[in-house]
Design a protein around this ligand. Structure first.
Ligand SMILES: [Zn+2]
Length: 249
């Protein structure tokens, strides 16, 4: 369900039944002359909507205002919007803290932007990863008091941790594609992989008549994009999300 449409009794049910709460996280960035600037975020939104047809999810309004960077193109007339990680981190912390206050304990931010370096991290995902950790520490200290971890009640912490019952799982940040997905599907920026994915998921943001206007090296493969390839990528991503959210503790 879309969070903004939920009634309080539905929110209470989602909390009680531990539904995954998904934040589609992304940017607005130049993706060549042939594709819409929301591509990275739309890829998350559209695949999460498909997963929601199979399982109960709370879908938060997507956050589009991440750190696109100007690495691909300067913004003038191209559309990239850059909000730095230093600004995002306190925003994310406030957002996550607020969601913990509502009662959610199964929160997942999903991002598809610069995620080929997801383990080391890039500004947007690092800001939200840090925000999640800060929010959990603040929440635990404010609700259980300082010394919550050292308290006798926490003696089983490491065993619980092993069993996956760990407060630091309350908020997780994931890349849309895993390294396994990337091995089976072209990972690129505005090339064949992303263009195909949008053709399958959100065709109104692709205009192949404009592909010849591209000048960037990264768009060279976009000419080979196809709906069929995009459907393959879509299915790989949906399978990954099904596993991530379906097994979410
Ligand atoms: Zn992209």
């Amino acid at each position: 369900m879309r969070y903004e449409l939920m009634l309080p009794h539905q929110i209470r049910r989602a909390i009680e039944e531990h539904w995954p709460v998904v934040l589609p996280l992304g940017v607005l960035e130049y993706h060549g002359e042939h594709m819409g600037v929301g591509m990275d975020t739309l890829a998350v939104v559209k695949t999460v909507e498909l997963v929601e047809q199979e399982m109960d999810l709370v879908i938060l309004p997507p956050f589009y205002y991440g750190a696109a960077s100007y690495a691909v193109a300067p913004p003038e007339g191209t559309g990239s919007v850059q909000v730095g990680g230093n600004v995002l981190a306190p925003f994310g912390e406030a957002l996550f803290y607020s969601l913990l206050r509502v009662g959610f304990r199964n929160i997942h931010a999903i991002i598809h932007h610069q995620t080929e370096n997801f383990v080391a991290g890039m500004p947007t995902d690092l800001a939200f990863k840090s925000a999640g950790r800060q929010a959990i520490f603040r929440f635990l200290e404010e609700t259980s008091g300082e010394g919550w971890w050292g308290d006798e009640k926490m003696a089983a912490y490491y065993a619980e941790h092993e069993a996956g019952r760990n407060p630091f799982n309350w908020i997780q940040v994931h890349s849309l594609m895993s390294s396994e997905t990337m091995a089976d599907y072209p990972f690129d920026h505005a090339g064949q992989g992303e263009t195909s994915l949008m053709m399958a998921l959100c065709p109104e943001v692709v205009d192949m008549a404009k592909v010849g206007d591209n000048t960037g090296w990264y768009t060279a493969s976009a000419k080979e994009a196809s709906v069929e390839l995009g459907e393959k990528g879509r299915d790989l991503i949906v399978a990954r999300l099904r596993g991530l959210l379906g097994n979410a503790d």
